[in-house]
Design a protein around this ligand. Structure first.
Ligand code: RP5
Length: 163
């Protein structure tokens, strides 16, 4: 199976990266975690992106806050799908990173998930890899069925409280 790369712009983004890592781990998807900043270590970020196909990555998750350029910078040097995760900051609550990540001009797409959406970034990565991995597709279907059962269980419990 191809790997997922989780790249964060700063070590301060680790709590969001951890959500992606935990989700991938539960699905038994191989992944690597790196800290590469589009601003502070642009050469390393670019080198990672340029060698990502040769290094057997199938999806890259790019996590960054504030004026978040990381996902776009990574996407510029590879045709591997890039999923951007905007992080919440103290000043603009993550709307700064959301707009920076999602508003890519035509030609270099970044699939952007919700602010702090580390779980969905991992699930979307899994869905992309599952196109070529039937066993992974089955795991995703089973997860959805389990999630659905959990909601219906809560529905039964809560509706009973108000009868
Ligand atoms: C971005 O700036 C990082 O992705 C992080 O979310 C934000 C703040 O970085 P630090 O100042 O905490 O390193 O580049």
């Amino acid at each position: 199976m191809k790997k997922v790369a989780i790249i964060m712009g700063s070590a301060s983004d680790l709590p969001i990266a951890q959500k992606s890592a935990d989700t991938l781990k539960a699905l038994e998807i191989p992944f690597d975690v790196r800290v590469y900043s589009a601003h502070r270590t642009p050469d390393e970020a670019q080198n990672f992106s340029k060698s990502a196909i040769d290094n057997n990555y199938g999806v890259i998750i790019a996590i960054a806050g504030m004026a978040a350029h990381l996902a776009g910078v990574i996407a510029a040097d590879t045709t591997i799908p890039v999923i951007g995760v905007p992080c919440k900051s103290n000043v603009l609550d993550g709307v700064d990173a959301l707009l920076s990540t999602v508003q890519m001009p035509s030609g270099i797409p970044v699939a952007t998930v919700a602010i702090n959406g580390g779980v969905n970034a991992a699930l979307l990565s899994a869905q992309i890899l599952a196109l070529a991995e039937p066993e992974l597709a089955k795991k995703l279907e089973e997860k959805r069925a389990a999630d659905k059962a959990a909601v219906l269980q809560k529905n039964a419990e809560i509706s009973a409280q108000f009868e």
